[in-house]
Design a protein around this ligand. Structure first.
Ligand code: PLP
Length: 361
């Protein structure tokens, strides 16, 4: 509130500087570095969210491919639309793109990935955790393979779904990522704020030019209330993760899946054999109309979504489910349950009984 009411200055103005707003931004960067295990000399540049961060990473990747004869791009078919749509556009414009497939559990197929690789690979963008299934990809192994074939490749990860939900700081291999996208609203920060983490040695061209804010890397007046919000959210998330919150969140999700099967023995959950985020379940109930369920339960105060909420306006079924080998009908029936540390077993019981009542009547 203070940054909207009493300290509402422009951070770049003399007044804002005098009021210590630059320090507020520095503290927010430190909170993000700590949450993601980044080093002090890794840069954190704030953007309007992960969509912009992804667009920026891809634009830099495309620039590098353009400077390298025979250069090409690696990504997967299950990335978030903000990656897929941008990379498909590059492909339409003539850039070579190779797509990593997934297996039935939704994991990158590492054997097939390895067969795609050669030393002309200039840019790779692979997600850490999936936005619909919650599947945590074998990203460290993928990075090791990529580095073995192309040491100069710029490697980006859209880690938006993982950051703030699981400890991502622990893996040495993830430290080899050059660019990492995140979004504040995935860990209870405000909407409309996110960023790109840039490893110390990596030099990027800006995507958005203008007033030269953020060391000329991302122009535009800094959104101080949102930056202060994401800073606090990062600090709290880190504390919660350290206090073992993931296991507690997973208990609630596992309870949901166990009870779902008891109520609806033919229900199925995507990626349930894979390593997943602790809070996500992407499930189907054969014969049930997912659109109808989401609408009816929304009116009763239960917030479920069809696929990822950012694409729930879309009438096409989950492309990820189709790529995992599910039928069109099965993919159309999917609903995403995602919980937070605030979700209780009691709420899960209410959800399930409403679901049962609705499907029985
Ligand atoms: N990437 C992933 C994996 C996401 O889940 C989302 C949003 O849900 C985004 C990118 C887009 O994030 P934002 O809404 O902050 O632009």
């Amino acid at each position: 509130m203070q940054f909207m009411v009493s300290r509402f200055w422009n951070a770049s103005s003399a007044y804002g500087q005098l009021d210590g707003l630059e320090e507020v931004v520095e503290l927010a960067k430190t909170a993000i570095r700590r949450l993601t295990g980044s080093a002090q000399d890794d840069d954190v540049v704030f953007t309007s969210g992960a969509t912009e961060s992804n667009a920026w990473a891809i634009s830099e990747g495309a620039r590098r491919v353009g400077t390298c004869a025979g250069g090409w791009v690696l990504t997967s078919k299950v990335e978030h639309p903000s990656i897929i749509d941008s990379i498909e556009r590059l492909q339409e414009q003539g850039m070579e793109v190779r797509w990593v497939p997934v297996d039935r559990d939704g994991n990158f197929d590492l054997d097939k990935l390895e067969r795609l690789l050669d030393s002309n690979l200039c840019f790779a963008s692979l997600m850490l955790a999936h936005n619909e299934t919650g599947v945590i990809q074998p990203l460290s192994k993928a990075i090791a393979l990529i580095r073995r074939h192309s040491s100069h490749c710029l490697i980006h990860s859209d880690a938006t779904q993982a950051i703030g939900k699981i400890p991502i700081a622990c893996s040495e291999k993830l430290k080899e990522l050059d660019l990492i996208s995140f979004s504040g609203h995935k860990f209870h920060g405000p909407k409309g704020i996110g960023g790109l983490i840039i490893r110390n040695s990596v030099r990027l061209e800006p995507l958005i030019r203008g007033g030269g804010q953020q060391n000329d890397l991302r122009s535009g007046t800094l959104n101080i209330p949102a930056i202060a919000g994401v800073s606090k959210a990062a600090e709290i998330s880190l504390q919660n993760i350290r206090n073992g919150e993931c296991a507690e969140v997973q208990l609630v999700r596992d309870y949901f899946e166990e009870r779902l099967l008891a109520y609806f023995p033919h229900s199925f959950t995507l990626g349930c054999r894979a390593l997943r985020l602790p809070n996500t379940s992407f499930f189907g109930i054969p014969g049930a109309d997912a659109d109808d369920i989401v609408q009816v339960l929304a009116a009763e105060g239960v917030a479920l979504s069809k696929g990822s909420s950012c694409s729930s306006q879309s009438l096409t079924p989950s492309y990820t489910a189709l790529l995992m080998g599910y039928s069109y009908e099965e993919a159309s029936s999917l609903i995403r349950f995602s919980s937070s540390p605030l979700t209780t077993i009691g709420e899960v019981d209410v959800l399930l009984s409403k679901l049962k009542y609705h499907l029985d009547h």
